[in-house]
Design a protein around this ligand. Structure first.
Ligand code: ADP
Ligand code: ZN
Length: 743
């Protein structure tokens, strides 16, 4: 395979014996100085190998050296890697994200180079063709050998594994033929690159409203930085409309590259995106590149390289795709922008939607945010004119599904059950009419709590402040926070009474038992992250539902997103109050979004849908707004209450989680932090308080919450504060800017 050489068209910046700063993908305070070796020329962004202590590491030339290391101690750069340099915009993005999230720049850099392998040229592939003349010692002809010879008769070289697969023979057969000289080695050219999406293909004929919206998005392409919200009910055509923006972006000539413009689409729950991929392929005649945590190593390498070389034109991915080194990014789409899963909670904590806006600003390109239930942050930005917005009218003649509150205080489920009589009746009627039912319960497992009926002992996780969730299908108790699992004990571990443990509260497995007893003839399926494992499981479920091979779907939020099931006309929300408990700042907003989405599953085609929402608090503002399908009223009330308390987006929050296995060390560290905490007119530090999960994975946790005015530079404030306190190594400090989860 021919190696491309990415010698820069840009001017070479650093020459032999210059000092350069090299940023390493490690949580260090900054870049380290190195000397450019004799005969070497480097430019900013080049990937290089450098020595660090006894190791050789790959880093990125970040700029001129700082001079922090004495000349005599300065080590030389070992080697420049033959990979496209990290674009300037990516480097600025790394610095920006590190500063904003109070992280080490190297920790952010690691997210832009997640496949170190891809920075090195691939080993040339070896293949086999038929030998010139069959040797005298030709092996005896067998059907298997004959198939191999027939396959290779076309003269195309193939790797040994491919020959075995295509000719349906064992690897030993191929090896035997090679040993006998019947097959000979030759170089194989690189596999054909996949076809690029074709923006010339026509899209659907858009409705008037869709056309207007698409034109708005298209006019933003190539016109610098902008943020536009695409707002419309499920099924109103938001995806079709942003496909038009993608087509326009792909059609843009790129001044500085022959490769063409790139488009990034961020989606939550990428594993469930089979329907999205098929639609994309139908529209553009080719698959996009896909990026998320579950793709295999070879695929990651191929994709990373294609992105870095500008060959990947459309990339659809989970939040981590935002950090790939796009040389020609021209448009970012964030679909389901309100989704909480865009927030990365481990390591560098960032919100991919917010960082997408930052990336767009740094690259001077448009970003499109898409949602049927936009976040309050986005709504407020639209209101203030900072973001633009296009609204899509509902496409369907039928009104949005009717939402009916089922007051569980009056409509009481029979003992041992969780479905109110009204719901039971309506499920029966719906099944009778040949339609499908979704029963939504955002609780995995059989029961959220197991307690001893004799002594009252509750089974808790030994490592966390959390109840163990009973999973009967797996025969285990599980902690949903740390993953701890243990068998369900035959007797109470405290009082020793046998058969005294009782399951409390509903989980989807338990609900499924209730449904099986009530509707024995119905074909029921459980859709949770426990049952939908393995590649293709979600797609298979979607196909089964579409083919009406299923009558009742019992599912968690995994099923709430973006599917179109025309026969699904009844949604029962088993515990509408679940999200409202727990004192989270965004509890009401999330409950509203999730339940609106679930409600959107009902009757999206010609059949009107119905949603029954079981609740103990029908008078709660969230329930009222849902019932009235009145998003504006809900958002207005929510915004007013946040404005009054100066909560985001009208103020800023940052959390500091301090944790340690050693409780005494933790207490001391928290005392020191509290003593030096900044208190100004518009910044307060609350805490330390036990973090809501005070014990997590065996570590004790305390939380400080920093609450400031909207204009305060929180990151700076945090850095100064934390730098003033010396932490023992047993204590870990984690900063979470703009926290979304208060666990
Ligand atoms: P949303 O993203 O708002 O949920 P979609 O773009 O997914 O909506 O559209 C919902 C369904 O309606 C899809 O199957 C889509 O192909 C179809 N659809 C949308 N707009 C049109 C149109 N103008 N003509 C034909 N079908 C359309
Ligand atoms: Zn646990």
């Amino acid at each position: 395979m021919k190696n491309h050489t990415f010698v820069a068209e840009e001017q070479l910046l650093f020459r032999s014996s210059d000092r350069v700063a090299v940023l390493l993908p490690l949580p260090l305070a900054g870049a380290y100085d190195y000397r450019v070796a004799d005969g070497m020329a480097l430019q900013a962004g080049d990937f290089v190998e450098v020595p660090l202590a006894a190791r050789t590491l790959t880093g990125v030339v970040w700029g001129p050296g700082s001079g922090g290391v004495a000349e005599a101690k300065l080590k030389a750069v070992r080697r420049r890697l033959d990979a496209p340099p990290l674009p300037a915009v990516s480097r600025r993005f790394v610095d920006w994200v590190a500063a904003y999230t109070v992280s080490a720049p190297g920790a952010v850099l690691r997210m832009t180079m997640p496949v170190p392998d891809a920075l090195r040229p691939a080993a040339p592939a070896v293949g086999y063709v038929l030998g010139e003349t069959p040797p005298a010692t030709a092996p005896k002809a067998t059907p298997a050998r004959a198939r191999v010879l027939a396959l290779l008769a076309d003269g195309r070289p193939r790797p040994a594994a491919e020959i075995a697969r295509e000719a349906a023979v064992s690897a030993a057969v191929v090896r035997g033929l090679i040993a006998a000289g019947a097959l000979v080695k030759c170089a194989v050219s690189a596999p054909e690159p996949p076809p690029a999406p074709d923006w010339r293909r026509p899209g659907l004929t858009l409705s008037e409203g869709q056309r207007t919206a698409a034109a708005r998005l298209q006019s933003a392409i190539g016109a610098g930085f902008s943020v536009t919200l695409v707002d419309g009910a499920p099924g109103s055509g938001k995806t079709e409309v942003y496909f038009e923006a993608i087509a326009r972006a792909l059609a843009q000539p790129q001044a500085d590259s022959a490769a063409g413009a790139q488009v990034l689409v961020l989606l939550p729950e990428i594993a469930l995106g089979a329907q999205w991929l098929m639609r994309f392929a139908a529209r553009f005649g080719a698959m996009p590149y896909v990026w998320h945590s579950e793709i295999g190593a070879a695929e990651r390498k191929r994709t990373y390289r294609a992105v870095a070389e500008g060959r990947a034109r459309v990339i659809v991915g989970a939040r981590s795709a935002l950090f790939l080194p796009y040389p020609n990014l021209a448009l970012i789409v964030v679909d389901e922008e309100h989704e909480a899963s865009f927030k990365q909670e481990d390591g560098v904590t960032y919100h991919a939607r917010d960082m997408a806006v930052v990336r767009a600003r740094l690259g001077q390109i448009p970003v499109v945010l898409v949602s049927a239930t936009p976040s309050l942050e986005t709504v407020v930005n639209v209101g203030s004119g900072r973001y633009g917005a296009v609204a899509l009218p509902s496409r369907h003649a039928v009104a949005p599904p009717e939402i009916e509150l089922v007051d569980l205080r009056r409509d009481v489920p029979p003992k041992g059950g969780f479905l109110a009589p009204t719901v039971r009746h309506r499920v029966a009627v719906t099944l009778q009419a040949g339609c499908q039912v979704l029963l939504f319960l955002n609780r995995r497992g059989y029961a959220p709590l197991t307690l001893c009926s004799a002594c009252g002992h509750r089974l808790c996780c030994p490592h966390c402040t959390a109840w163990l969730v009973q999973h009967r299908l797996a025969g285990r108790l599980q902690c949903h926070h740390c993953g701890h699992a243990e068998p369900i004990p035959p007797a109470c571990p405290v009082c020793g009474r046998a058969d005294s443990l009782v399951a409390c509260g509903p989980g989807v497995e338990r609900l499924s038992d209730e449904v099986a007893a009530l509707f024995p003839a119905a074909r029921t399926v459980l859709a949770t992250s426990d049952t939908l494992t393995g590649p293709g499981a979600a797609a298979a479920l979607v196909t089964a539902i579409e083919a009406h091979a299923v009558d009742i779907i019992i599912g968690t939020q995994i099923i709430a997103k973006g599917y179109h099931f025309p026969l699904l006309t009844l949604v029962g929300v088993v515990d509408g109050d679940l999200g409202l408990a727990g004192g989270d700042l965004r509890a009401a907003e999330r409950t509203f979004q999730l339940l609106s989405q679930v409600a959107g599953r009902a009757g999206r085609a010609e059949r009107p849908g119905q949603v029954l929402l079981q609740t103990y608090m029908p008078e709660h503002p969230v329930m009222r707004a849902l019932q009235a399908s009145d998003r504006e009223r809900f958002l207005a009330a929510e915004a007013a209450s946040r404005r009054e308390t100066l909560m985001p987006p009208f103020g800023r929050l940052a959390a500091v989680i301090v944790s340690s296995a050693d409780e005494a060390a933790l207490e001391a560290a928290c005392r020191h932090l509290a003593q030096s905490a900044p208190h100004t007119a518009d910044a307060r530090v609350l805490g330390p308080a036990p973090a809501p999960l005070a014990l997590l994975r065996g570590r004790h946790r305390r939380r400080f919450l920093v609450h400031t005015g909207i204009t305060v530079r929180v990151a700076r404030l945090m850095r100064d504060w934390l730098a003033a306190v010396r932490m023992p190594s047993s204590v870990r400090v984690q900063v979470d800017i703009d926290p979304m989860s208060f666990l």
